[in-house]
Design a protein around this ligand. Structure first.
Ligand code: UD1
Length: 455
């Protein structure tokens, strides 16, 4: 096995100290000011995928051996929050600012994920599968309501039950206990495609006795990346990227190193940014193959996108954008995480476009904020008709989820005057160095810390 004890960790002294409670509170009141009207031109490095990285960290608890990740988006609050939760459980970890992360779950002294952390970041429920699989028990606070819908975890729990786990609910906590001999394999047909449930159950199944078959499994690139990392750890998995995943349980998993895939949602967000402002931006170290459902509509709207080695060059020449319809669906359909940004683009199109959200029932919170900036949007049930307007106007806006927040920054880039986006805590959860990346391409973006505002 790769010897991680002597990895290059010693060469770079810059470590990130995790104090999640402090870090989260410090920036929760910051604002971002955007002065609209400049094109984006330049280069943007794309970070490792948040939605893969979080699950990789959880999976690292399936073994006591050392694991090393590269391209880990260590600047994200979500990563730091999960790292802090795992540290509290006894996992040793080092986050380095160049994206190298070292994790070793040798001695775990707690298998509980407390409310305070789960409520801040729903992905913490993904510790359940690995803990249950390896230690036979896990106690996780119920995530509760969320601003983009109810987001239940019943499919995760039904999967664990099918593998023999006993599930009880006590004082807001879900306790899962494996039977005496450990979890056993099972045939599980998910009634709905769920990214989280597929990942959680897949992780538990790697150490179960016998074969587990996941039917109607999610096919997201992040699941493939997670499955490939698990295979490097010794798991026996086939069918990744299809709706039927087979996992043959093994007694133990071992250490490995893994380079995390680029963030397709960050990539798509900047593509839409260029579509809005015009200009030419090279997105460094990313791919187009996992964004076909976005690239089609962007090309229809008049954007050119070409791959050049590990980079993607996005260009719009200033011709008007053309309205086009989209509907969010499980992968490979249009990603729900790009819906708000795409809607922002449609506000400036010629003609109109319709946006239909089928994944979450309450994911139009950006609409009233965009309307305050002058957008013409009519919502009917889970669809929104967006009629293009000549211009947006800067305003003070606020959003209560990650992708809605970034959609308002994008709107600010093309709005007349200044836009102030409040509660950017959400942005810090999922976009690494957003302000720096946009500034480097000519945008007039400025982060105002709450302390500066008070002064
Ligand atoms: C979802 C997105 C994912 C996105 C993430 C963050 C899909 C299929 N998934 O993943 O791409 O990155 O949000 O925004 O687009 N559900 C249940 N019971 C469960 C689990 C889920 O009913 O136990 C429902 C959800 O309410 C939702 C649907 O299934 O309507 C998909 O949920 P799921 O894929 O699990 O959500 P995430 O894993 O959060």
């Amino acid at each position: 096995m790769h010897n991680l004890k002597h990895s290059p960790l010693v060469e770079a002294p810059e470590f990130i100290v995790i104090d999640p409670h402090k870090a989260m509170m410090a920036s929760s009141l910051d604002k971002i000011r955007v002065q609209g009207g400049t094109q984006l031109n330049g280069e943007i490095p794309i970070s490792g995928a948040k939605n893969a990285a979080l699950k990789h960290l959880c999976a690292a608890m399936l073994t006591g051996d050392p694991i090393q990740f590269t391209n880990m988006p260590v600047g994200l609050k979500d990563i730091q929050t999960l790292a802090a939760l795992m540290k509290e459980m006894g996992v040793e970890m080092t986050l380095r600012s160049d994206g190298v992360m070292f994790v070793q779950a040798k001695d775990i002294h707690s298998t509980e994920a407390p409310y305070d952390l789960v409520r801040r970041m729903r992905a913490s429920v993904l510790v359940m599968g690995p803990l249950l699989g390896r230690f036979g028990e896990a106690t996780v606070s119920l995530p509760g309501g969320c601003s983009i819908g109810t987001r239940p975890i019943d499919l995760h729990l039904d999967g664990f039950r099918a593998m023999g786990a006993d599930i009880t609910l006590e004082e807001g906590y879900v306790k899962a206990t494996a039977p005496a001999g450990g979890l056993h394999g099972a045939k599980i047909l998910f009634p709905k495609v769920s990214v989280g449930a597929t990942e959680n159950v897949m992780m538990a199944a790697t150490l179960a006795k016998g074969e587990t078959v996941l039917m109607n499994a999610a096919r997201e690139p992040e699941i493939i990346d997670q499955g490939e990392a698990l295979i490097k750890m010794g798991a026996k998995i086939s069918g990744l990227g299809t709706s039927e995943i087979r996992i043959e349980g093994v007694p133990h998993l071992h250490g490995m190193t893994h380079d995390i895939i680029p963030d397709r949602i960050e990539t798509g967000t900047f593509m839409i940014g260029v579509a809005l402002t015009g200009g030419t931006v090279t997105l460094k170290h990313t791919r187009t193959d996992f964004l076909t459902s976005l690239i089609g509509p962007l090309q229809q709207a008049g954007v050119t996108i070409e791959e050049s080695g590990e980079d993607v060059i996005v260009h719009r020449n200033g011709k008007p954008l053309v309205g086009t319809d989209i509907m969010t669906e499980p992968y490979p359909g249009f990603a729900t995480d790009l819906q708000a940004q795409f809607m922002t683009m449609l506000t400036m199109c010629e003609g109109a476009g319709m946006v239909t959200e089928t994944i979450f029932e309450n994911r139009f919170m950006h609409v009233p904020e965009l309307q305050r900036m002058g957008a013409d949007i009519t919502v009917q049930g889970n669809s929104a008709i967006v009629r293009g307007v000549k211009k947006l106007k800067g305003a003070e806006v606020m959003a209560t989820d990650l992708r809605a927040s970034v959609s308002l920054i994008l709107a600010g880039l093309v709005a007349e005057g200044e836009t102030t986006v409040d509660r950017i805590y959400h942005l810090d959860r999922g976009y690494e160095n957003l302000v720096d990346k946009l500034e480097a391409c000519g945008a007039k973006v400025f982060r105002e810390s709450s302390r500066q505002a008070e002064e």
